[in-house]
Write a protein that binds this ligand. Sequence first.
Ligand SMILES: Nc1ncnc2c1ncn2[C@@H]1O[C@H](COP(=O)(O)OP(=O)(O)OP(=O)(O)O)[C@@H](O)[C@H]1O
Length: 698
Amino acid sequence: MDALQASNRRILFNLLPAHVATHFLDNQFRTNMDLYHQSYHRVGVVFASITNYHEFYMELDGNNQGMECLRLLNEIIADFDELLGEERFSAIDKIKTVGSTYMAAVGLIPDKKMADEPSTQKHMATLVEFVFAMRDKLRDINDNSYNNFMLRVGINVGPVVAGVIGARKPQYDIWGNTVNVASRMDSTGLPNHTQVTEEVYQILKDMAYQFVCRGKVKVKGKGEMTTYFLTDRGPTNNSTHHTTNSQPQNPPTAYGGVATPLAMLQNSTRRAIQPSRLPPLRESSVAGENEPLLPQPNQNGKGSKGRRNKDEDVPPPPPPHGINANPRWPPPRAFVPPWPRPQETRQAIAHKRRAPARLPRPRSSESLPLARSPRVHSSADELSSITRSPSLSSSDESYSRTTDASPSPPRANKWQNRPQQIDINPNPGYDYPQNRKHSPNIIQDLYVKYRLNKKPSLEDKLVDGNIDLQKDEEKLQRSILNMLQTSVKRDGSSQTDKKDVSHRFTHRTSSFSSSGSRPNNLKHLNHDIREVFTKRSPMDVACVPPFEREIKRLLDDKLVKGSSPKAERKDLKLDLRAANACVEAVRASNNNSSPLHAVGLAAITQLARAEPSPTAPAAVPAVPSPRTDFPGVLPTDVVVDLPSPTHSKQSTNPKPIRNEIINTKDKQEKDATDRFQNRRNGSVRRESIGVELIVLRG
Ligand SMILES: Nc1ncnc2c1ncn2[C@@H]1O[C@H](COP(=O)(O)OP(=O)(O)OP(=O)(O)O)[C@@H](O)[C@H]1O
């Protein structure tokens, strides 16, 4: 019974903060089922998200449908929990995890409240140290799992309400604007950065921390907020760089305690100018702190309650560059591979270090299009982003950053301390890279996979020699057929079926036949659609309907209804055009840029000029070769023949028509001359009247 009670007690103390559990165990509380709640004047709240965990998470058969990915997340969270077991972090309470976001607060424990300024500073410094420790933990995990997890942290301070919700699975939580803003500091932050509010900055600015003012950040529900990036531990007192809208004057060594290439570059430049004032991360301490915030060196860098490295009894051999060159050696723990690895032929390593098990490192979905899987999102924000762009966190979408200060620095280089002589397997045989640095083979591999996934272009096919010309020809024909259909539709046709296109062509041209007026040059329009494809280029075929219309109009007007007044007018027009070459050229150029159209116009002109013989329909090629007259024109089989005898017979005597045309022409010219004369006379008259008026006024 006692054992059971002890067990229950332990569970309760694990579920709730100690002071809350004690409260629940109190007999007095058992009779009073009121909601437990507690208001706090000041609490520091931290949200820490592993920003790229969702890229790592994937559900595959090989990883037990994502279980192994969750196992690694559990390892990370357990490591963070473990930190809280250290005495130096005893003022911090873990609140919960939301996906891959870790939420904690400081100042909730009754005897560790932020009662005054010193205690506030002390507890906020504790919280910041916890963030540094989390980063260190994650770096260890990255080093041992060949991953590149990044921590994005947001911190805020202010009043909160704490309470326990639920009867069956009671949950301790904190609420309030302070919590919301802390969450926003995380969600609007940057990977490997710790973003803090102005309030946090004001508390910590005189302590041994470096900040960079980020500028204004738009926070939903709060408007624009000035925020700061906690960049590193550093010299005390006014070491903050106010760099709003400008580059930091004295750049930090690291962003959010994480060395980035940019930070290292800046740091090395600075070191060249002046000796570094900044102590190494592990050697610094917070001024004015009685309680040691950093682990003592005699504990192998681990907290008193930390889990022991399995290898720590047998010290591993030094890395190739020696321990001094690699202060993070040996790694605290190696990870078990989460799922069976393909056969890897790893080359011998220069030292006898146990090869760290490899987990697939987070990959961006852009770089590996094959890797698509459901994702675990790190927070409520990220859950909401599941339906949006995978490359953007919801914060990126919810907030538009208005600052132009502190552009996103490059990704952290976590390989600065890695042993340099670990060979890369040239043939990884698996879809994740073996080292952060992509070997050419890996890039090639990725490219091949990308190509496999990608629909091959014609160019690809040609390069690969993988082209089926027959198939492509058919495809081309189909597309041309579609073009024709579109063209026919534009023509006002209601027939859209492919068969109908062919039928329509036949029908149209056979209407010429029926009237006996089908010229030989339009043969291609009268045949099977396949013939069109074989005889004409796609461009020509696409141009057929307008040309066909043009010819049809001409034939209808001139030849079929040759005797009608309308046909006469048409003939007259054509004659006039033929007589004036330059007008014709302009007309041709204005009407249609299609070379086929130009050929058609020339054919029409020639046809209009031609004198149809009533007896012998000599096939006079009326159009000069397109090659000479229309340079660059596509070869075409347009040859304008004179009408067939049957057709010519239908027309009435052409001579009188011609005479009539000439008479009309003369008459028109005479009319034009008269009109011109009249106008001229009128203007002369007006001028003379004007002169008279001027004379009169004068
Ligand atoms: N106790 C808490 N635990 C976890 N997250 C919290 C808690 N309180 C607030 N948050 C988070 O803080 C963020 C801001 O909350 P707020 O109430 O201001 O906006 P919201 O409209 O609810 O947020 P959203 O638009 O993202 O849904 C939310 O993403 C919310 O998940």
